[in-house]
Design a protein around this ligand. Sequence first.
Ligand code: PLP
Length: 446
Amino acid sequence: MTAPIRDNAALQELDKRQLHPLQHPKTHADPLVIERGEGVYLYTADGRKILDGMAGLWNVNVGYGREALAQAAYDQMKRMAFTSNFAGMTNVPAVELAARLSGYAYADLKTTFFTSGGSESNDSAFKIARYYWKRQGKPEKFKIIARKLAYHGITLAATFATGIERYHKMFGPAVPGFVHVAPPYPYRFEGEIKDGETVGAAAARLIEEAILREGADTVAAVIAEPVQGVGGVIVPPDDYFPRVRAICDRHGVLLIADEVITGFGRTGELFGLNRYGVQPDILSFAKAITSGYLPLGGNQISDAIYDTIQNAPDTDSFMHGYTYSGHATACAVGLRNLQIIEEENLVERARAMGARLRSGLDSLAEFSMVGEVRSLGLICGVELVADKTAKTADPALAAKVTRLCQDRGLRTRNVGSTLAFAPPLTITEDEVDEIVRILGSVLDTL
Ligand SMILES: Cc1ncc(COP(=O)(O)O)c(C=O)c1O
């Protein structure tokens, strides 16, 4: 075995052999080379310590360096790392995890289909919705209503479900059937608000109007993130999702909840829509199911959908699945991760630490470049603006602040002109205060 390379410059040079996601190679000249992590901190190959205010990519909910998860993976790999989960076979951890998840997020969603990540989960959700309507004798119901500034992933279908233009630009022609409406974004709502209407009601109305415009007999589903993360940490008003659910019911349209970042405690509830007393028909999850220790994702489906699949004739079998659907080691780690979330009361912790982070970030709202602070549980956004009155978005400023925070030992992510904060749910009070202190010092410098 060759000795591991620990020289930062050498690693950075060798890293040129990787094509990195979502980046022009020339902006990747000086990457942070992470060598290890512990709790909420990352340590770079050149000896820097960085508080990971993003929990990786909104997913390392239990924090870094968990022996118990390493042990779960080790034990399972020794017994049997992987085997087929296709027709006629299954494995113990996949069985146990699906059983554990039955009714876990939403009482009515009892059946799980496993994938390896969020994009695959959303792609699967679209195929499940199409399958369902075909079996109902309505094959023309295939369209998906999504929101602008939505991020649903990177497979071809998820790319065009995503409502952010720069993800589409180099990858057209577009996958047909995705229709976007304005998001429930009170700070910058771009739709018309009628007399006596709330922003939540107006934003929900846009979904209903889109269904009517397209024809309800052509619309399979609405897909929505409970909090739009990549689009700018957009937190909807409380009356939005109950209305969206009612609209879907009124027009015979399925509701897909993309809980890839909001699942497993992030919002201070186990799942994002729990807050609104709303249940989706299809759930997409990924990321924090294993806290990122291994790739795993999936869908949960309602009984009506499961019954449709179960009662279909052989000729209409559910011809969908990935080699790694129900990966034994990933599922074993997922089970252990759920146990940690429960034993350490991390959902409640997200709520408490989220409130502390929010009040700290609110104290920075007096800076002229802070347009708005918003949050739900432990997912927070600080939107930066060039002019507070005109609310002029300033993505370049957000990129600059992100860079300066990193230089001072804090990792955030600029999503548009918003800085996102979604640290591990295990974060302590002192560590929350450290986020606020570093961000405050950067804003002060500017
Ligand atoms: C809401 C949402 N959906 C889907 C995805 C895609 O997940 P993945 O990158 O695991 O494919 C992401 C990734 O950040 C996401 O934020």
